[in-house]
Each structure stands twice: as C-alpha cells, then as structure tokens.
Write a protein that binds this ligand. Structure first.
Ligand code: ZN
Length: 547
C-alpha cells in the first residue's frame, strides 16, 4: 500500500531503473557529476549533456527516523525512513526505507546496499544493511556560509515599519470559515494601526491560493480581495517566498519602492477544522492516485510529514554532537511555561520533563511534544511607509535587517542535514546587513514547528556555536523568560498553536511595544524573528522605534 510516483518523461528512467537490478542516477556526460533528483542541466559545469549513469547501489545512512505514526492506510508503522549518501558521491542522497533489519538497529554511519521492490510499473530503491559501518564521515563538519555582500549601504528595510497587528480567535476545531478568521484578523490589524480599510493599498500573504492543501490557506489574495474590495495597487501571495515572513518582506519591498503606503499582510490556517471535517488534500496526490512535486521522492517511502523529513536531520545532529532528547525537551518545556502566561495559547497546562519523555513517539527522535499544534487561526500585520510612523497610535516597530539568501541546497534532503535545512544561509545573510550582533538581541522568536527547528535557528543565528546548544541552553535556564535570551515568550507554535510563522511576528511586535502583559520581556528593544520550518525560509531583525 505505497503511494507511487507519477511517471513522466523526465523521471521514468529513474523509477524503472531497478527492472534490471541496477540503480541509475543522472550523470553529466562532460564532467561526470551526479545529481539527484534529476534536473535538465549539470549543477557543476552547467552542461546540458546529461544521461542516466549506473552506480554501485552502495551507500551510507546519514540520517534516519523510526516512524511510529500511521500516515497512510495500509502502510503500517513502525518503519524506517532514511537518507542514504551514495558511495560514489556522498552529496547525492536518496530518501528511502531501510529494510532487512529491526528499526532500532538502524544508525548513522550504517553501510547499506540497494534492494529494489517492484510496485506496478515502479521499482522503488530500498536499502538493507551490509553489516558494515562506514569509517568516513560522509556529511562533514558544517560551517557558516558566506553570504553575498549587500549591493549598497542603502537598506530597503528602513523605509517601512510594522504599524499594526491583529489576530482572530485561535483554537482547535473552531469550525469557522477560514475566510471569516482572515477578515477578523485583517480588521483588527488595520484598526490597531489607526487606519481604515480605505488606507490599505496592498495585500500580501503566504502561501496564497490553495496553499499546500490540508487547511493551510483560506484562498489567498483573491478570496480576501473579494471580501474586502480594497482595490490594491499591488498584491503578492505564494509559497516560494523566504518563509511565511517572506510575505512581510515582499510588502516591505512594495512600500520601499513607492508602490504602496500601507500593505495588509495575512496568514490563515484552519488545519484543525480541515482535519475534523476529513476534507483530505495535501500530500501531493494527483490524478490516478500518483504523487508528484515535492512528494515524489518522499511519499513512496511513507515519508509524509515534516516530522519524518526533519526527524532524519535531528538524528544526524544527535549522532554528530552527542545531544540528547533533554535538549529538545527544554525547548518544549520553555514554550509551555511561557504559554501559561499567554491567554491566547491553546495549551497552557504545565509540562514536565517526564511528560515530555514519556509521550508517544511520532517519528524519532520526535515525540508528541516535539511537534507543534495544528490549529485554526489568522494573524495579520500592516506594513506602512516609514514617513507615516510619526502619526501612528502605537510605538512603531522598525525592521533593521532581513536574511533571505539561499546558500544551501534548497531541497529537504540534498543539502544541510546537520540542522534544519535553510537556517544557516539566511542567518548569515541577516548579520551581513546590520552592525548589530546576536548579543544585541533581547528576545528571540524561533520557529518551532518541531523543537529541533528552534535549536537549529538558535545555533545558526550564532547565539551559540554549531552543536553547542545543549550545554549553552543550561536545562532551559538561559532561554527562560527571565534568562539571558528569552525564547518564544508566547509559547511558540508548540504551545500557542501553529499559526505557521505569523504568530512569531505578532509576538515580536507585541514585545517591542511592551504590550505583552504577563509574558513581557523586560525592556525588550531588539527582537529576532525566524519564519520557516523548512524550505525556503527567512529571518527578520526588528527594533522598537525611537520614542
Ligand atoms: Zn557537468
């Protein structure tokens, strides 16, 4: 009962390669570089002369997860999803299943060999242990990438401010039309900025339209414009942005270029009600029940969730740095302790380390409390021209810098595997656009779709060295509300709910205005906000405006 890939002229050779028992990977006829998944140009020499090349079928496990949750009917857990680095060229990886051994016997460094399993007209490359352990580190020590220098000393970031924030009710199974939640949040944000709808001349959202399916969008700009009739000068909506916060960064660009004065940005999820109504969708299943797009190389192996994709990296992180689940537990407990002070948070009851460690596993090393809370809710922000800041009813929040550069393979499994993908480059880019440094940050809003994401951002942003979070975090003391670097004072998505990025922006603005009530970080003046639980992603550095 596996989901199978949609065969096309571009991929059919790969998925049928196993018919003769041989694994083939796209190779460059000119320089010999292998690349996976196939692309119509060599990424090394940019030759267009590429053809399937036979490889040995031997490799090394560099990441794995024991999946314990049933995502697909008939695909029974537990099973192991792994990333295997090919012996010929270890930066070519296959997401696959490890078979022929007990799930608990799979480990990073395990040597494996391909074994094909035929389903209909597809030969899935699975791998089984050879009995050996690879003496070579096939991943290598990660380093901080070097971003492209700014084009000039000018910063488009300084031409706008965040002038208004608003949100709808936030909860589980609200059973409310998601567009209604969006309108609630939008009206609240516009009023908060001291504006009327007539002042709004731009709309920006993430991911827009049908989103990713699964209740991850209300319909995008089209649906909201039909409801509000703003006649915007400019619109934006899409998933190919620097994370959910990319919708705000795009709005800043529209303001900086003079196209708009006040852009309304919004993000709506109704994943909880969508699931309760059993509406389905998501997962990339297309006509004929075959999968394509980002699911083509994952769904056939039962890797249906980001818990699987990021769990593999988390186990590589554990292997490399000797970290333990108590590190992730500290993130979860910190969020829950803070959420007790946040009336809007969905889960506010205390959580102990025993609760955390004994919760059911989802996909190793992630248990229930490593995963954020699917919910219903909408968050909106207004981005306004800096010239209007003086007339705002609330303290303006300025944007010091953004980090958006893609410096790693943007794929989930072909690039950074020691951390969540797409945090190292964007973080380095952020610090290249400002003279501020991590020590200047008073409060950190770190995307925590999974606990490991927050750890990844913490290290990528340079609050501590790569692999040093467990010591640095000091059992959570350092990231507590009264600690050296308060992290996610609202509880994060782990406890407040998965508003998918925009909740962090809302909280940052509330903190910098000193309007966060019982969870206020004392005298917060600078906040870093990351949005992205995967690829691509982005980060913003915000500051309380001059009094
Ligand atoms: Zn080449």
């Amino acid at each position: 009962m596996r989901l199978l890939p949609q065969l096309t002229p571009a991929n059919e050779w790969f998925w049928t390669s196993g018919a003769d028992g041989r694994l083939r990977i796209q190779g460059c006829d000119d320089c010999g570089t292998l690349v996976h998944p196939p692309v119509p140009i060599c990424p090394n020499c940019r030759s267009r002369e590429c053809a399937p090349a036979e490889v040995s079928g031997r490799g090394t496990v560099i990441g794995f997860t024991v999946n314990a949750h049933q995502w697909l009917p008939g695909f029974e857990p537990p099973y192991v999803v792994a990333v295997v680095a090919l012996a010929e060229q270890p930066d070519v990886r296959l997401t696959t299943n490890i078979v022929g051994c007990a799930p608990d016997d799979v480990h990073v460094g395990q040597e494996v060999a391909v074994r094909f399993e035929q389903h209909d007209n597809v030969w899935l490359p699975l791998f089984e242990p050879t009995g050996g352990t690879d003496p070579v580190d096939r991943v290598g020590t990660p380093s901080r990438p070097v971003p492209r220098p700014p084009v000039s000393g000018e910063r488009f970031e300084h031409r706008s401010v965040l002038s208004g924030i608003g949100r709808s009710a936030l909860g589980r199974r609200l059973m409310v039309d998601p567009l209604s939640l969006t309108v609630d949040a939008c009206l609240a944000a516009v009023a908060d900025a001291g504006l009327t709808l007539a002042d709004i001349d731009g709309l920006s959202t993430y991911p827009g339209g049908d989103g990713f399916g699964g209740g991850m969008s209300e319909g995008g700009v089209t649906a909201v414009e039909e409801a509000l009739r703003l006649q915007p000068t400019w619109i934006n909506g899409g998933g190919d942005l620097p994370g959910p916060g990319g919708a705000v960064i795009a709005a800043m660009q529209a303001v900086a270029t003079g196209l708009c004065r006040h852009v309304l940005c919004f993000r709506t999820v109704w994943a909880s009600t969508h699931a309760a109504l059993r509406l389905g969708g998501g997962g990339g299943v297309g006509g004929g029940g075959r999968v394509s797009g980002m699911f083509e190389y994952r769904a056939p192996f039962g890797a249906m969730s980001a818990a699987n994709w990021i769990g593999m990296n988390a186990n590589q992180y554990f292997h490399r740095y000797g970290a333990t689940r108590e590190l992730f537990g500290a993130i979860a407990l910190n969020g829950r302790a803070n959420a007790a002070r946040n009336p809007a948070a969905i889960y506010r009851d205390p959580l102990t380390m025993d609760d955390y460690l004994s919760a059911r596993m989802i996909s190793s090393p992630f248990g229930l409390y490593d995963c954020d809370v699917p919910c219903d809710g909408s968050v909106a922000l207004v981005v306004s021209a800096v010239e209007t800041a003086a007339g705002l009813p609330r303290p303006a929040v300025r944007v010091e810098a953004v980090g958006t550069q893609i410096l790693e393979r943007v794929s989930w499994d072909q690039g950074t595997i020691t951390h969540e993908p797409q945090v190292l480059g964007q973080a380095a880019h952020l610090w290249s656009r400002t003279s501020l440094r991590p020590a200047d940050v008073d409060v950190a809003l770190l995307y925590d779709g999974f606990t490991f994401n927050a750890v990844s951002w913490l290290e990528a942003l340079g609050f501590c060295g790569l692999g040093e979070a467990q010591d640095w975090i000091d059992k959570g003391r350092r990231i507590a509300l009264d600690g050296e670097l308060p992290v996610n004072p609202h509880g994060g998505q782990l406890s407040e709910g998965r508003t998918h990025g925009f909740g962090f922006l809302y909280e940052a603005v509330a903190q910098l205005r000193h309007e966060a009530g019982d969870r206020q970080v004392a005298d917060a003046r600078t906040a870093v906000v990351t949005t992205g639980g995967g690829t691509p992603s982005g980060v913003l550095l915000l500051q309380r405006g001059a009094a």
